[in-house]
Design a protein around this ligand. Sequence first.
Ligand SMILES: C[S@@+](CC[C@H](N)C(=O)[O-])C[C@H]1O[C@@H](n2cnc3c(N)ncnc32)[C@H](O)[C@@H]1O
Length: 234
Amino acid sequence: MQAAMPTGADKQTAVRHMFDAIAERYDLVNGIVAMGMDTGWRRRCIDALELPPGSRVLDVACGTGDLCRGLARAGYQRVGVDLSAGMLSHARTSAPLVLADGLCAPFRPACFDGVVSGFALRNVVDLGSLFTELARLTRPGGRISLLDLGAPQAPLLAFGHRIWCNYGVPLVGSVLSDASAYRYLPRSFAYLPPADEMVRLLEQAGFGAVQHPLLSGGISQLYVATRRDGAGRA
Ligand SMILES: C[S@@+](CC[C@H](N)C(=O)[O-])C[C@H]1O[C@@H](n2cnc3c(N)ncnc32)[C@H](O)[C@@H]1O
């Protein structure tokens, strides 16, 4: 029988230790398990911000800085925050990086025009708290674009995806990195609520005009939204 998935403070500690442990080979393994598709997904995530060049964008749970590099290419000012010192120490970006919990990030209210996040939603302890914090950090009219993995619905794709996630990813992880970390990946899908609940949490936190495009047939997904102003306009 599999151990129960951790929650609360236990989850945060487990996540931090896991990413510290796999940081050195994270980029290598990530590219292999995503079969290179993550490059296009990240581009879609950044494009979805639709902010003017020079806008200030926060990358929450920036890890080794992949999205920060994309933000720079798109002409944005960027800052990364992550709770894993290991991931930050292997980051390849010139963006300022801050070691902190994204659920209580050390920045002034409304100081960002936009926020992005890649593959972190499954890893945070409480999505409602994350979205509330993103609403605090984003100026009215600002944009958020949150990327994570998903579960495709088309039967053949869903079958192949299940096989890859349950057997292929742990195998690659065990050869190149840490087996238990990559066994966690398929199990971590259970942390993501269904789309209608995600939209409800985003709206409750202060975002509107929520969009939920599926990428690569649903293998990954984006949540894109606009920070409502005081009058509730998005
Ligand atoms: C799968 S990695 C993604 C890294 C990077 N965003 C990317 O696109 O490759 C998830 C990251 O989320 C970070 N993380 C998880 N919970 C966090 C939190 N509460 N605050 C900040 N970072 C967090 C982890 O340390 C890890 O670096």
